[in-house]
Design a protein around this ligand. Structure first.
Ligand SMILES: *Cc1c(COP(=O)(O)O)cnc(C)c1O
Length: 364
């Protein structure tokens, strides 16, 4: 945003909730998602995603719920890929039924398996790639083409990749959602969401979103705008660190399994190489014969923490955190073991990260 008054290099922060109004068409009001700070950030995100238009929300879930409740109503059905972010699956389980919405979670991430779930009343296809916490890869273009063929709205959660590594709008996806709490915010200090996509659909979402009230305040919008200035350098460094750690873990005799789409042995590597320009900062692995919760306690630099996408490397044990509610049987069905550790790689010196993993892997 241009600082018209003083020509400063940064965007001024417009904190007002009351703007002069006499006889213009539109009134400016934060909940209407039309303040100067909202517009400045939305424009940047649209540009990062190579999309026609964008909106910023108060959380990733505010963005996700606004999309779903804009296009799904009584009697409608939606198809979701397998392996969704915990908050999204919780949303489907808890909110859809009382609004008369039904959904099917496909047997896998494959477009064919999603197609098999389409019914007469299906309106929307929803994917998430790379997925949490196994980093499975969905063929974005295949799903976009399926949606076009069947005249459905296609939605992707692009949080794990960030717009630096993956721009699904260019592959034909209609709407791209983000938890901007993660890589976009990037410093583990703001909660925000974003949505980018086709202008016509975005206009419909805007009309619904102002009724739901999930707008973001000016101060946090400013912080998000500041974060976006460094998203490329942060994510590129994180990509490099994650690739090196994935190779390091893959070669380690105590590590049984590494899930990272940048590794040639990963089942989604070929598709990921086509649709991503970098493989991101998320990876997961299993230490032979050691439960994740115990392994975490041996790490010194890498901290066991929730969330992801910050500057500091953090780890979690999905069996005890995000996927705890599934129970042992449910986790088995999802392929999530007790040993699994999820790592959100940060910007530290990669040698320090390797040394920390090495001492934890070799400690008795
Ligand atoms: C964190 C996250 C969300 C939810 O975002 P909030 O900002 O916590 O509301 C959605 N999708 C993915 C993949 C996430 O990691």
């Amino acid at each position: 945003m241009k600082d018209e008054l003083k020509k400063g290099i940064n965007s001024p922060i417009y904190t007002s909730t009351s703007f002069e109004f006499i006889d213009q068409e539109d009134t400016v009001y934060p909940r209407y998602l039309n303040t100067p700070n909202e517009k400045a950030v939305a424009e940047k995100i649209a540009s990062l995603e190579n999309a026609e238009s964008a909106l910023v929300f108060s959380s990733g879930m505010a963005a996700i719920s606004s999309v779903l409740f804009t296009f799904l109503g009584q009697g409608d059905h939606a198809v979701f890929q397998k392996g969704l972010y915990g908050g999204t699956s919780h949303f489907l389980e808890k909110e859809f039924e009382r609004f008369g919405i039904t959904c099917t979670v496909a047997a896998s991430q494959r477009a064919e398996d999603m197609e098999a779930c389409i019914r007469e009343n299906t309106r929307l296809l929803y994917i998430e790639t790379p997925s949490n916490p196994l980093l499975s890869i969905t063929d974005i273009q295949a799903v976009a083409e399926l949606a076009q063929k069947r005249r459905l709205i296609s939605v992707i959660d692009n949080t794990f990749a960030s717009p630096v590594n993956q721009q699904p709008a260019g592959l034909g996806i209609d709407l791209v959602v983000h938890s901007a709490t993660k890589y976009m915010g990037g410093h583990s200090d703001i909660l925000a969401g974003a949505l980018a996509g086709r202008a016509g659909l975005m206009k419909e979402i805007h009309q619904t979103a102002l009724n739901f009230g999930g707008s973001l305040n000016a101060n946090t919008l400013y912080l998000l705008e500041r974060s976006l200035k460094t998203i490329h350098v942060r994510v590129e460094r994180i990509n490099d660190n994650a690739m090196e750690l994935a190779h390091f873990l893959d070669m380690h005799p105590r590590v049984a399994q590494v899930n990272y789409p940048g590794l040639p042995g990963h089942p989604g590597h070929e598709i990921a190489s086509r649709q991503m320009t970098g493989f991101g900062g998320m990876l997961s692995f299993e230490v032979d014969g050691q439960e994740g919760i115990g392994f975490q306690k041996q790490l010194k630099l890498i901290k066991p923490s929730m969330s992801l996408g910050g500057l500091e490397s953090i780890c979690s044990s999905p069996a005890h955190t995000s996927h705890r509610h599934l129970g042992p049987e449910g986790r088995k069905a999802e392929g999530i073991s007790e040993e699994l550790i999820r790592l959100s790689v940060g910007i530290e010196d990669v040698e320090d990260l390797k040394a920390d993993l090495e001492q934890a892997l070799t400690s008795p």
